[in-house]
Design a protein around this ligand. Structure first.
Ligand code: SAH
Length: 240
């Protein structure tokens, strides 16, 4: 969705990048603003690892933020590159990797620029909880597809768009349960699974699995399952 007055503008919303920059110092506090990312991390990590067997794989995590998933994938033996366009979370990610003794190659870059630089360079591409923050998610999906080698895996996660997701992901998570800071998500940017599937197919990817992610406010636990009404994950594969 490149506008005519900004032909070379990257596919990024400066207000979104700034928002994540302001949260950067609390990124690794498991009880802080990023608590949901910490809680869903083991679930998504196991799912990705089960499908794509991370050990020894070249992985790029697009929109890696403070590196919660990137580091965990490196700990499973993947060679991980993490990219983001918000400098502060990237710096936090770098410092945290040093403290953990884990090697991750963090870079300030967009999916599109990395795809132009290193097409087909990765066995696995992950792009989690990021598509709902970019102006043109189809462009990000296309770039993720370009980054994957033939036969490689591409994983996305985002939030569905319907009255229930408005109620759960915005009213519930931001205002009632206060799982996330107010203003984290914007309803209009949510993406239906059918829309993401269409973007993936247009980018030349085959859909392998769509999985729901639900939160139980009573047990305060997340779980993977069939219910894709609010949060969901998608696994795709690039044909050989
Ligand atoms: N993927 C991480 C972080 C999710 S938070 C995880 O799931 O743990 C969303 C991240 O996307 C933030 O770090 C934000 O800076 C980043 N982001 C938003 N727009 C971006 C863009 N256009 N290019 C790269 N990163 C972007």
């Amino acid at each position: 969705m490149t506008t005519l007055d900004q032909p070379a503008a990257p596919n990024a919303d400066p207000a979104e990048l700034q928002k994540f920059g302001a949260l950067a110092h609390r990124w690794w506090d498991p009880q802080g603003d990023m608590r949901p990312l910490h809680e869903i991390n083991p679930l998504r990590l196991d799912w990705i690892d089960r499908l794509a067997s991370l050990a020894g794989k070249r992985v790029i995590d697009v929109g890696c933020g403070g590196g919660i998933l990137a580091e965990a994938m490196a700990q499973r033996g993947a060679r991980v590159t993490g990219i983001d366009l918000s400098p502060k979370p990237l710096r936090v990610a770098q410092l945290h990797a040093l403290e953990s003794g884990v090697t991750v190659d963090y870079r300030e870059a967009s999916a599109e620029s990395m795809a132009a630089e290193s097409p087909g360079a990765f066995d696995v591409v992950t792009c989690m909880e990021m598509l709902e923050h970019v102006p043109d998610p189809a462009s990000t999906v296309a770039a993720c597809s370009q980054l994957a080698r033939p036969g490689g895996w591409v994983f996305f996660s985002t939030i569905n768009r319907n009255p229930k997701s408005f109620l759960f992901a915005i009213v519930g998570a931001e205002y009632v349960l206060r799982l996330l800071p107010k203003g984290t998500h914007e309803y209009a940017k949510f993406i239906r699974p059918s829309e993401l599937a269409a973007m993936a197919r247009a980018a030349g990817l085959d859909l392998v699995e769509v999985l729901g992610l639900t939160y139980n406010p009573l047990t305060r636990r997340f779980a993977l399952g069939r219910d894709t009404d609010v949060n969901y994950l998608v696994a795709c594969r690039k044909p050989q």
